[in-house]
Design a protein around this ligand. Structure first.
Ligand code: ADP
Ligand code: MG
Length: 246
């Protein structure tokens, strides 16, 4: 079953093509590693999927067009930059995580006992329970990132979209982060779209690699990617170091 189908997707900013003619399908349970140089349209691709930028072409979720698909309920999204997180806003880690449940509530949006239980469960999973009462602005970049991941996961989305999530993390936190995402993918069958320059890590986990550069350059397994001349164009000689380990 395809969770996402994209047909001839194009996005322009002020008349300039950021992406043209992207056509691809994503199977439910896939783990897609999205790579490409800076400015290649990776974030734009994700924003189009989420309906956050105007686009040409068609996007279907589980066979439905976007307007018929209540995205908030099915999608957990961790945006690229954390700058939107107001460091002086007086919210605790738990409150930030709990805000993730509002996507899926009907009016009047009241927090129920099961919402607190869901927040507790996901904070436990990500090892951030001790941070629960802490003020968000006083936490490190890595801690904040795990709290935002918890917020993206609290409503148990079928699709998880992560845009360069490990940029602000040290290697240890980054490893723990990838392990958590992989567990969700393997154990719960969560479909994952992950943008990352950390191709070594992505290659370890992803079922498919999507290489964008203002359009679709390559889409296939990591093994195929390693054999592809497109990979050499992107990585040059570093390719052998990355592919050799697999
Ligand atoms: P990536 O995530 O791969 O680094 P982006 O999708 O953010 O790339 O950007 C792709 C291109 O579109 C870049 O040239 C970028 O400058 C441009 N772009 C992105 N967002 C906007 C915007 N809101 N307005 C105008 N141009 C934009
Ligand atoms: Mg980006």
């Amino acid at each position: 079953m395809k969770i996402i189908e994209v047909k001839n997707l194009s996005v322009k900013y002020r008349g300039i093509d950021a992406l043209s003619n992207v056509t691809l399908g994503i199977d439910s349970g896939d783990y897609i590693g999205i790579v490409g140089p800076n400015g290649s349209g990776k974030t734009t691709f994700i924003r189009a999927l989420l309906g956050l930028v105007p686009f040409g072409g068609e996007i279907y979720f589980q066979g439905k067009s976007f307007s018929d698909f209540f995205a908030g309920k099915h999608v957990g999204y961790l945006p690229q930059r954390m700058s939107f997180l107001d460091q002086s806003f007086p919210a605790t880690a738990e409150e930030i995580v709990l805000s993730g449940v509002y996507c899926c509530k009907r009016f009047p949006k009241r927090l129920e006992k099961e919402d607190y239980a869901a927040a507790e469960k996901v904070m436990e999973l990500l090892g951030i329970t001790p941070l629960k009462e802490r003020s968000i602005g006083r936490l490190s970049g890595g801690q904040q990132q795990r709290i935002l991941l918890a917020r993206a996961l609290v409503h148990e989305p079928e699709l998880l979209i992560l845009d360069e999530p490990t940029v602000a993390l040290d290697p240890q936190s980054s490893g723990a982060f990838y392990a958590t995402v992989q567990r969700l993918n393997k154990e719960k069958g969560t479909t994952v779209l992950l943008v990352s320059h950390d191709i070594g890590s992505v290659g370890n986990y992803a079922s498919k690699m999507l290489y964008l550069d203002r359009g679709l350059i390559f889409y296939g397994t990591f093994e195929e990617f390693c054999k592809s001349p497109k990979m050499t164009d992107y990585f040059g000689v570093g390719q052998h170091l990355i592919c050799h380990r697999h």
